[in-house]
Design a protein around this ligand. Structure first.
Ligand SMILES: Nc1ncnc2c1ncn2[C@@H]1O[C@H](COP(=O)(O)OP(=O)(O)OP(=O)(O)O)[C@@H](O)[C@H]1O
Ligand SMILES: [Mg+2]
Length: 347
């Protein structure tokens, strides 16, 4: 047995979903071991880390003057590399005990729109944090594997991952991405659309977390017979005093129309660029939806109505990327094998 195969036999594989909203770590045989917001709280000036993850998210928009809570990956770009490194290192250090003799292999799913420099930086962080081998892959590919899509089949499959800051739509066949489209728009923009609507129509200013709560509780993408209502609290834009307001699901749907349409347009554009044979497969298999944004009520129904292609949700939409990343090395082995088969057929 070669040295690397011996290492592999004792090594652990980590799958990491470095999301703009949430960071997840999956360990083969253990499941999801980290699932926390991608937020870091640092001291202003010194940049010393005060809290990471869930604890840091609680501080978002409620921080005293000398502490700032940052979402370093917001919008799918690594806006703040130094803080991103701290975030990665902190989460990895929590799951890798020092006594591990054989360093783990890590596969990290990142938005496909990040730059080559950013990718290398992420890779570097993982090595510094104790990885033996690192692979940075597009989150769509990871999402497809995690959703159980048979990516090595010679057939077209479409995956639509709607995250917090990005939406990625990919057509996959024979283990590779045939068409990929990524837009810097996701659940965050849905929240912002709700904030804007409530401010414009009701003169009430609400916070990010209140808006997310509205979206998750009564948000919907397609008309529903049942009208749901909920109370929101915020600051009156004119008097500056705290105020309550009741809003309903019809109003929230109207507020969400713009970002929802942008996602649908992107799906249509991707379908338009898909080779006809693969498009025919997609009509048959349907569009697999992953990511937290796909949980918006009625989204798959609307996609189906607008594109004529059936759309359905993956079993575990929020965990697909981490799961798929964790399974990547095993899949890649399959990919190499299938390539070997082809090369022997060609020779
Ligand atoms: N039930 C729900 N209904 C609507 N939206 C939801 C629901 N649950 C979570 N979300 C939204 O999903 C988004 C987070 O999804 P996810 O964790 O997949 O993003 P991410 O992987 O961190 O981001 P990205 O893929 O853009 O890097 C947030 O905007 C959140 O508000
Ligand atoms: Mg994601």
């Amino acid at each position: 047995m070669g040295l690397s195969r011996l290492f592999n036999a004792f090594s652990t594989d980590l799958g990491i979903d470095l999301g703009t909203c949430n960071t997840l770590i999956y360990i083969k045989g253990k499941g999801i071991v980290i699932n926390e917001p991608s937020v870091v709280a640092v001291e202003r000036g010194t940049k010393k880390v005060v809290a990471v993850g869930t604890e840091a998210k609680r501080m978002l928009s409620r921080t005293p003057g000398d502490i700032i809570a940052i979402r370093p990956l917001r919008d799918g770009v690594i806006a703040d590399l130094e803080t991103t490194e701290k975030l990665i290192r902190y989460f990895i250090s929590r799951v890798i005990p020092r006594r591990w003799l054989v360093k783990p292999r890590m596969v990290i799913g990142v938005p496909s729109c990040i730059t080559e420099v950013e990718r290398r930086a992420v890779e570097e962080c993982a090595y510094t944090a104790g990885a033996r081998e690192v692979k940075v892959i597009d989150e769509s590919l990871a999402a497809a594997i995690g959703a159980g899509v048979p990516i090595f089949e010679p057939a077209g499959h479409m995956v639509c991952d709607i995250g917090g800051g990005t939406t990625e739509i990919s057509v996959i066949s024979l283990g590779g991405m045939v068409v990929t489209k990524a837009i810097r728009l996701g659940g965050d923009e849905f929240d912002e659309a709700i904030i804007k609507h409530i401010r414009t129509v009701h003169n009430l200013i609400i916070g990010d977390q209140m808006a997310e709560n509205v979206k998750i509780t009564i948000g919907n993408a397609s008309a529903d017979k049942k009208i749901e209502k909920m109370e929101v609290k915020g600051t009156d834009a004119i008097t500056g005093l705290p105020r309550r307001l009741e809003i309903d699901s019809v109003e929230v749907r109207e507020a969400l129309q713009e970002p929802i349409n942008a996602v649908i347009e992107e799906i249509k554009r991707t379908l338009g660029q898909t080779p006809p044979e693969l498009a025919a497969d997609i009509v048959e298999h349907g569009i697999v939806m992953t990511g937290g944004g796909s949980l918006l009520k009625g989204f798959n129904k609307l996609i189906q109505k607008e594109t004529g292609v059936p759309a359905f949700q993956a079993e575990d939409p929020l965990n697909c990327v981490a799961l798929g990343a964790g399974m990547y090395f095993d899949y890649a082995k399959g990919m190499n094998n299938s390539r070997n088969i082809y090369s022997s057929l060609n020779s």
